[in-house]
Design a protein around this ligand. Structure first.
Ligand SMILES: [Zn+2]
Length: 119
């Protein structure tokens, strides 16, 4: 179990920067048609645990299927560092691509599968 702590992170070129409080537990790899290609490892946090520091006016969003999840990406470097939307219960959430957290050791993470393909 990892502890909840504040992380900073963002895209590759640095336009998109954020901070978020999360533990590196309960991480998910999603098998939906989009996530399979994007290859992110996601950690889910409530909106209150996420703060976008820069890039809000520049980042782009991609929506597909039910258009409920906003997949953001940097228009300069193309990295999708987080997505946001609402859970089935209606709560606002942010799905952080934990690969984009500063100093994270992605090889040490132990995500499990989220069956987004079946949604
Ligand atoms: Zn960028």
């Amino acid at each position: 179990m990892s502890e909840t702590r504040k992380w900073t992170g963002g895209c590759h070129c640095g336009r998109v920067r954020f901070e978020a409080e999360l533990a590196l537990d309960g991480l998910k790899i999603c098998n939906c048609s989009y996530c399979q290609k994007r290859g992110s490892i996601m950690g889910f946090v409530p909106v209150s645990a996420f703060r976008l520091l820069s890039g809000k006016d520049e980042e782009k969003e991609y929506l597909f299927n039910k258009k409920k999840i906003h997949h953001t990406f940097c228009p300069e470097c193309g990295i999708g560092s987080y997505s946001y939307g609402t859970t089935p219960s209606g709560a606002s959430m942010v799905a952080i691509n934990v690969r984009c957290l500063d100093g994270v050791d992605a090889a040490a993470l132990t995500p499990t599968l989220f069956d987004g393909r079946s949604l």
